[in-house]
Write a protein that binds this ligand. Structure first.
Ligand SMILES: CC(C)(COP(=O)(O)OP(=O)(O)OC[C@H]1O[C@@H](n2cnc3c(N)ncnc32)[C@H](O)[C@@H]1OP(=O)(O)O)[C@@H](O)C(=O)NCCC(=O)NCCS
Length: 151
């Protein structure tokens, strides 16, 4: 794809289809003002969002936060979340370049590994990005997701 670039999320991206992009992963159910408030909460929690842009339009996103561990002498782990490429732009290498941008960031911040949970369908993609399957993801539901915003 010509001329796309990757940078951290800016507030103006909400006016250019960022939430519609995220909703390709799972329902968002936020208006732009609520999303801006969550953006601030995420920044305070150091959960960082990246976007790939084509002519100012977000066509892919991924998020990452860094955990300093007790083990490995306080070594840092990068956790990757909510990776999605706009369905119109898949299979053009955007996802891989986005993951590589996060990898560079994780290396620059001194992380010793990057980890993520993904669907079985996404395994081949992450293997192409040099990840390997490791251990097993576990989940305990604590609320219906539709209830979460009211809590
Ligand atoms: C998975 C996803 C992020 C991949 O993004 P993408 O931009 O299409 O991937 P790329 O074009 O960068 O692909 C990189 C490599 O992975 C391969 N690949 C991508 N998607 C694949 C798939 N579903 N199955 C097999 N291989 C795949 C590509 O063929 C390419 O291989 P190559 O190294 O031989 O060229 C994108 O398809 C997507 O958003 N899917 C829906 C949401 C999702 O599943 N997110 C991840 C869940 S955690």
């Amino acid at each position: 794809l010509p001329d796309f670039h990757i940078r951290p999320l800016f507030g103006r991206d909400f006016d250019r289809g960022f939430l519609e992009l995220v909703s390709q992963l799972s329902p968002v159910n936020l208006d732009i003002d609520a999303a801006r408030a969550i953006f601030i909460t995420r920044l305070q929690a150091r959960v960082y969002t990246w976007v790939a842009l084509l002519k100012d339009r977000p066509i892919a996103t991924a998020s990452m936060f860094i955990e300093p561990k007790w083990i490995h002498a306080g070594g840092k782990v990068a956790h990757v979340e909510d990776v999605v490429v706009d369905s119109e732009y898949r299979k053009h290498g955007v996802g891989r370049l986005l993951i590589h941008a996060l990898e560079r960031e994780a290396r620059a911040k001194g992380c010793y590994k990057m980890i993520l949970d993904c669907s079985a369908e996404a395994v081949a993609f992450y293997e192409r990005c040099s990840f390997r399957a490791h251990e097993t993801a576990m989940r305990l539901n604590l609320a219906r997701v539709t209830d979460v915003a009211e809590r």
